[in-house]
Design a protein around this ligand. Structure first.
Ligand code: NAD
Length: 256
């Protein structure tokens, strides 16, 4: 059983990371929440999850754009049976106008952080004799969209990193997989709606249906609970031979 194991979820004071932490906690897994902030709300979130699900929950501040902070997060966590690399940001602009600092930040937070946390976590998992690395990629880890060069590059990169992690741990009780969500209505996506409304001169409803969900055949957002359930499956014994692969939760996006 996975109850009593410890999960470190990067970027988990909001959105998908929080949803995954919550579903893991519901299954009795102790969770370490993380983001780059260090507010009362952040720590209160961990307290709420601990109380609600009867697990140990802690919030540890660490900026995933900083390699040393990524490695320190795993050290401070003390245990890391399950590593969920979820922290991510987005910026949308054509390549020739893409701000260099945004490119660097997206590659650092969405891709390099997973390399650093994985490097720090694998020895801990090996010592414990069990481990799960779950990387939150995207439908954009498998397909592309214009104006998302850094994001698409980082997400394709994390799918590659996932495969290498799986090969290096193939003969150990450790697996590494990537979850590829389509659109999920989180703060990250919510923030894209006003710009897209302006760009196409469209209403909020039209942006959601005709732009965001244009490539999602189900015409529905995936939910953070569904992604939490997918992560929990990857932690289960049933998924012990599932490694080095991607699981799409995208309403059919990548089938098109
Ligand atoms: P979100 O903005 O709600 O959450 C992102 C999380 O990352 C937040 O907790 C934020 O605080 C954290 N974060 C950002 N910068 C950080 C940093 N420097 N250090 C530590 N934490 C940092 O967005 P979300 O939609 O929940 O996205 C979570 C992940 O899911 C991202 O990797 C994103 O690319 C991926 N994803 C999202 C969607 C979607 O439709 N929402 C689809 C596919 C993939």
């Amino acid at each position: 059983s996975v109850a009593g194991k410890t999960a470190v979820v990067t970027g988990s004071n909001s959105g998908i990371g929080l949803g995954i932490a919550e579903e893991l906690a519901r299954a009795g897994i102790n969770v370490v929440l993380n983001s780059f902030t260090d507010s009362e709300d952040d720590h209160a979130l961990a307290e709420r999850i601990a109380k609600e699900h009867g697990v140990k929950a802690r919030y540890i501040q660490a900026d995933m754009s900083d390699p040393d902070a990524c490695r320190a997060l795993i050290e401070k966590a003390g245990a890391c049976d399950i590593l969920v690399n979820n922290a991510g940001i987005q910026h949308v602009a054509p390549i020739d106008q893409f701000p260099v600092d945004k490119w660097n930040a997206i590659i650092a937070i969405n891709l390099s952080s997973a390399f650093h946390t994985t490097a720090a976590a694998l020895p801990v998992m090996r010592k414990a004799g069990w481990g799960r690395v779950i990387n939150i990629a995207s439908a954009h880890g498998l397909t592309a969209s214009p104006f998302k060069s850094a994001y698409v590059a980082a997400k394709h990169g994390i799918v590659g990193l996932t495969k290498v992690t799986a090969l290096e741990t193939a003969q150990e009780p450790i697996t590494a997989n990537a979850i590829c969500p389509g659109y999920v209505l989180t703060p990250l996506v919510e923030a894209q709606i006003p710009d897209t409304m302006k760009e196409y001169d469209m209403s909020r409803e039209d942006v959601i249906r005709d732009v965001m969900l244009q490539r999602q055949p189900s015409k529905e957002f995936a939910t953070v609970e569904q992604l939490g359930g997918t992560a929990l499956y990857l932690c289960s014994d049933a998924a012990a031979q599932v490694t080095g692969t991607t699981i799409s939760v995208d309403g059919g996006w990548t089938a098109l």
